[in-house]
Design a protein around this ligand. Sequence first.
Ligand SMILES: *Cc1c(COP(=O)(O)O)cnc(C)c1O
Length: 384
Amino acid sequence: MTDRPLLMIPGPVEIADEVLAAASIRPPSHLAPDFKAAFSRALKAMRQVWRADDTHQPFVVAGSGTLAMEAAATNLVDPGEPVLVVNAGLFGDRMAEMLRRRGAIVHQVGSRPGGTPPLEEVDAALADHRPKVLFVTHVDTSTGVRSDAQGILALARRHGALSVVDGVCATAGEPLEQGAWGADVVLTASQKAIGLPPGLALWVASPAALAARRALTVPPPMVLDWLQWLPILEAYEAEANSYFATPSTTLIPALDVGLASLLADGMPAVWARHQRAADACRAAWDAMGLVLVADSPANTLSALSWPDRVDAGALPRIAARGAIVAGGLHPALRSTTFRVGHMGDVTRHPGRVRRAVAAVGLGLRDAGGDVDVDAGLRAFDAHV
Ligand SMILES: *Cc1c(COP(=O)(O)O)cnc(C)c1O
């Protein structure tokens, strides 16, 4: 490991050497036998990572998480149909705007930044509005808050609504069981807790979600259309030739390697190491006098208030101490907060997470903050 600063933002993240090697190949043909075999393995692995059975369909499309969101918004809802967005921050706002542009009747339940809407309010909104689809952000990356995805999905099922989980900052970092919890779509992007370079939109759809697409009156834009992609993905899973739009022939082999390594550890162990890294970081923040924005903080990132006398001018000082962290993102918190990602491969290496914690503490101190770095590191060490 060199002295380069660690990339500790909420995506893109540090990637494993084996994933880097898999992505660093001369781009093969999209019809090359090895490529088709890697694509097939990656699709099968997605079901296991998402904890979905063979009736569920994985999708891999070149793009980012936002593309997966837009695909969900346009494949499940016809103009004029009611939907409910359980909105915990910036990405809930984005989802609601996409649905509005689709012509849906958008109902929302929200909360102050850092909170999540209470289950009773979600329940009441489902009863009042009878939405066709409920959309929830598992981890809102603008405040670092984690939703009670399992509880919300149970309510959606009880009210007969389809459900979409924006797992972009959560999938593989936070426990989620798509099959057992009854999520119809769980979407993410390659550059977050999955631990790849940016460039792939990933989602898994249930049979009910696919049936809802088939029943649409107004088809989605062609490149976002699940039914356009479905035969392509089925062909790749069977290692057969197909073409609709060129897949990323370098990132998909990296996806194969990345997902295989998650499954070699086992998802419960992967979730547990994210939990351990997050617990150690939170103990360190607390000992350094740093305050989290979220009531129920995610295991994949920490959104923290700047300490007294410090602002975003500290970001380069933190980088100079060895970790690139992110500024605020939520419109109401942009100037008062910063965010540290702790997801993906780095959670396999507690020493690297510790380096990032030290860099945050030292950088804040360099910037004039009153931060007890040693106390922070002692608290960190007590947790790993
Ligand atoms: C990062 C993120 C997105 C957007 O993903 P992109 O890959 O940047 O398009 C959407 N939702 C959540 C919760 C995210 O964290």
